[in-house]
Design a protein around this ligand. Sequence first.
Ligand code: NAD
Length: 493
Amino acid sequence: MTRQYEHFINGKWATPAEGAYFESTNPATLEVLYAAARGSKADVDTAVRAARAAFENPLWRDLSQTKRGHLLRKLGDLVGEHAEELAQMETADNGKLLREMRGQLATLPEYLYYYAGLADKVQGSQIPTMNPAVLNYTQREPLGVVGAITPWNSPLTLTTSKLAPALAAGNTVVIKPSEYTSRTVLRLAELTVEAGFPDGVVNVVTGLGAEAGAALVDHPEIAKISFTGSTATGSAIAASAAARFIGCTLELGGKSPNIVFEDANISNAAMGVVAGIFAAAGQTCIAGSRVFAHRSVYDELLEKVSARAKSIVIGDPREDSTELGPLAFAAQQEKVGSYVELGVSEGAKVLTGGGRPEIDLPGYFYAPTVLTDVDNSMRVVREEIFGPVAAIMPFDSEEEVLRLANDTQYGLAAGVWTQNLARAHRMSRRLEAGTVWVNTYRAMSPMSPRQGFKNSGVGIEHGLESMHEYTRLKSVWINTDEGPVADPFVMRA
Ligand code: NAD
């Protein structure tokens, strides 16, 4: 009998109003892991009402900013204590390497500690005005109930990136995790209660995007939506938010360029290219899926990247020796396969990979794939595949590669490999991407703000800047002159 998970609302487990559940499967073994509540509009309404009541509850509303920080610090400690359990669950749910999930879980407390520290640094200022007798100051207030909608690829890290600043700023939250990875977010919500957050401050409604997700976005009591996921869903969410004038932070898709110049250390660059596209089986928003190599080093880079791609150990993501696990679910595997077929029909050549590898496990595996004979006009180069597929192209000059790299609807990240300092700065300035890495790829920290440019997002996540995404600014004017208030119809001299 598989475990059945309910929603987590108002500090307790809550059975779904319609009594429906859906199953979650291990993508490596295809074993059914658990069933989770299939949330409906009614469940979302219950959760949002609980969150609104918690927002107005003096236990939360009147808690000092410093004490909010203490609760976040305690939550960080609890996440650290449960890191192994959470990492095991995430690997079983989405097929990412246990080594990687252990690494993510080891850093996750730092996200909570960072925002714990920021909780009492959120402040307004006193503004000089034309009349010294009038005191004008600003204060930053929480927004109310924040709706957080997250994907399956790094469920806890991406959820915590929203939850920590939202709570530090004094909001309450309803989370709708991905239907592929519900349970670690439920476990995190349980830990918030253990940490001492009042009931209703953190709620989770599980379910499908078009049902629970859409109901959360459209709920009239939601003050803001914070979403990480695909550009198509983000666009629908932005339209709904715009109709009600509520804010949204959107972290969306990418098709990031990873650029190797002739003056780079080519061995390092090859490792950066491999890490950029094959880590996490390419299922990362920041995947360096478009690789541009200067023509003079193109053959050497191709040789090194394809040799490493062929030697990547594919297997059970729980094994220490495994370097590449399965894709997260069947539709992902089909999508990756059909993009590679499309690329071939457009004229691409498959240098390595290009199908399911020979492997004993029944799961959704796809071999690390390198495509050549590709150019920027092909769909396989223009659209996000979200799998282990690199398109490698030669270029002749810095101006040309800048034009090619920026010729995309996305603007999430970019990599540059060069030993020329001036070129590194020139490229960083002119690349249209919210994050630029030079001689590294995939570096990330809760302290470092990041933003998707163009169709890759709206708003900022991480860093001090993301605190402001979860507050609104109020301007308060106080007349300190106790004399008579002037008749408004008598013109001042
Ligand atoms: P997705 O958009 O399909 O789903 C994301 C979340 O939105 C899920 O919880 C889903 O249930 C929900 N959802 C789906 N339709 C909805 C709707 N109509 N209304 C409300 N919610 C809805 O994305 P995914 O496949 O889960 O994730 C992969 C995508 O996420 C990729 O495009 C990837 O680039 C992007 N991503 C971006 C970042 C970033 O920081 N920029 C990080 C990770 C992933």
